[in-house]
Design a protein around this ligand. Sequence first.
Ligand code: HEM
Length: 253
Amino acid sequence: MKEARLQRHIPVFRVIFTELGRFVRLKRQWQSNVLRASSSGAGDGLPYFMPVISELSMTASSQLSHPLRSQRLNQITHEPHSHLDNLVKSHDPFGSPERFSHFVAAQYLFQRDLEKLYNDPQLIKLVPDLPQRCRVEQAALDLADLQRALPEGDDSIRNKAMGIGEALAWLFVSEGSKLGAAFLLKRMPALGLSETFGARHLGEPEGGRAQGWKAFTAVLDSVELDAEQERLAEAAAIAAFERFTVHLERCFA
Ligand code: HEM
């Protein structure tokens, strides 16, 4: 009798233990992400910058709890980044140099969008090496290596008036993409490409990726913004991912 009652409860215990295990795993993963994100990281041993908080089913507004702006932008762009990452892979960009050239064309258009921001005197006061960080020239040279014409861009982002928060958020997405570039670069030898031919825009920035990122986020985190500017910065980070997605779809079409 007692045994039969116990038997009936087994599925309930199983669910409880499975859920508990899942919760503990997510919590551990989240803690290690936060720890790694707050460390400087180095070279290819990049910290994982995107906490899995969204996996804990938190809403966008409740995610914005981190004291650092760079971390808040990481959090709200976690979804768009995963989406973009999957989209890039779905286009098989490493299938051949020709396929990779579509990806480079999207990178070129995105860097072209931001070229003026990278050369903005006000922003250079905050980030002195900003002009050297732009990769529009490298992307153009890569396209020449790959024998692909420069795609024609529009000026909607280049000519957009932006406040400091928005500008830094667009640059955050571009600078952040250099972290993923380290992983993409590893696929290049199989295509006969490298950071000196066809994949220059993925190359290690002077001074190192981790150092460049740390210096940029230090500025991003130190600028004072009011609530409205903060909101605009967050919207701009999402808009930057959307813009890259549009370029990607256009270049692979
Ligand atoms: C237009 C913007 C971006 C593009 C096109 C992009 C693209 C990618 C791609 C395709 C990967 C996968 C590489 C692989 O697994 O082989 C990746 C990984 C990565 N990206 Fe991005 N990314 C962008 C923005 C960002 C931003 C803003 C950050 C940081 C704030 C970032 C940080 C990373 C990191 C750390 C990885 C390494 C693997 C991982 O943790 O998923 N990326 N990125």
